[in-house]
Design a protein around this ligand. Structure first.
Ligand SMILES: Cc1cc2nc3c(=O)[nH]c(=O)nc-3n(C[C@H](O)[C@H](O)[C@H](O)COP(=O)(O)OP(=O)(O)OC[C@H]3O[C@@H](n4cnc5c(N)ncnc54)[C@H](O)[C@@H]3O)c2cc1C
Length: 295
């Protein structure tokens, strides 16, 4: 079977890596660089020291992301390649000098309502998983009954997932409580700061290792997917150069708006396209301190 994969981010490359050897694949990618949001840059700081800076994915939890940890081991990454770093959260109200909360989800030096709210929130989140809460229940339904003030709910409980999901604090109330809980219920014992891992050589190393292991996969950077068409029993993927790739199955590992456009000519894809069109993208601008203290 020949598989057509659109997108050479970690999703597309991992599919290619898993299929490699048993199937032939072709991967179409818009950019020159592989890795998508695995995007590492080598920069030289003000002291002349060269470092790797990750602009996209920076940290993962090898403990919580079991599948990713297995993938990393399969790619030959060992403990020596990873650095541990503490996961902490700082919550600030605009215009106020001191943060409202500063600490991990299981440990803080802070006292008072903010700390009590975080504690209540993370314990409630663990309970949602324990009780197998339906994924469709919105955060609002399980947060509103919690015995903390309206301000604490807004400034802490809704603000934390809003920052992560990139939505307004008011919109966070509609997020799936179970999905939010999966992120904010920490397994770390109370009093200990949980850790996440960063890759010394930068996260893009994962993409490089995936690509290096490919034998029966054709990688096509600078070849954006433009159109998909059914041709008899097979599919035709046309890239931005007008080149047609004929495949038996397609994997779309590209942003939702790209999928929506690509599926446009295909019958019976309207419900999928409608669902995907709900995703909106914002441009992100990176600022980088070259002062090692802030880097
Ligand atoms: C700023 C930022 C920070 C993040 N930090 C973390 C973190 O610390 N830890 C974590 O676990 N996750 C983090 N994430 C989430 C993580 O980046 C994603 O979950 C993951 O990288 C998604 O991989 P993907 O392969 O699905 O998509 P992407 O990485 O988005 O890959 C999609 C690929 O498709 C390509 N493409 C687009 N259009 C076309 C087309 N028409 N034809 C062909 N190819 C196309 C793109 O160029 C890209 O290479 C972060 C995300 C962002 C944006």
């Amino acid at each position: 079977m020949r598989i057509g994969i659109a997108g050479a981010g970690v999703a597309g490359l991992t599919v290619a890596w898993l299929l490699d050897g048993t199937h032939e694949s072709v991967v179409l990618e818009t950019r020159e660089d592989l890795g998508g949001n695995l995007r590492s840059h080598r920069i030289t700081d003000d002291h002349g020291i060269t470092r790797t800076v990750d602009l996209g994915v920076r940290e993962v939890s090898l403990e919580a992301f079991e599948l990713f940890a297995r993938l990393a081991r399969g790619l030959g990454l060992t403990d020596a390649d990873w650095d541990d770093r503490p996961v902490t959260h700082t919550v600030r109200r605009a215009g106020e000098e001191h943060p409202l909360y500063c600490g991990s989800l299981t440990w803080t030096a802070e006292q008072g309502e903010a700390a009590r709210t975080v504690d209540l929130f993370t314990r409630a989140a663990a309970d949602w998983a324990e009780k197998d809460l339906r994924w469709s229940v919105p955060l609002h339904d399980v947060v509103e009954p919690l015995p903390v003030s309206t301000e604490a709910k807004r400034d802490i409980i809704y603000a934390l997932p809003a920052a992560l999901w990139g939505c307004e604090v008011t919109e966070a109330a509609a997020l799936s409580a179970r999905a939010v809980g999966a992120v904010f219920a920490s397994d770390a014992p109370a009093g200990q700061v949980p850790t996440a891992q960063t890759l010394r050589n930068g996260m893009q190393d994962v993409a490089r290792r995936l690509a290096a292991g490919l034998r029966t996969t054709e990688l096509r950077p600078r070849a954006a997917l433009r159109r998909i068409r059914r041709v008899g029993e097979r599919w035709e993927m046309t890239d931005c150069h007008g080149l047609a790739h004929h495949v038996d199955a397609i994997v779309l590992a590209v942003p939702a708006d790209v999928v929506t456009d690509a599926l446009q000519p295909l019958a019976d894809t309207e419900p999928v396209r409608r669902a995907l069109s709900a995703y909106h993208y914002e441009n992100l601008r990176h600022g980088l301190h070259l002062d090692p203290c802030y880097l």
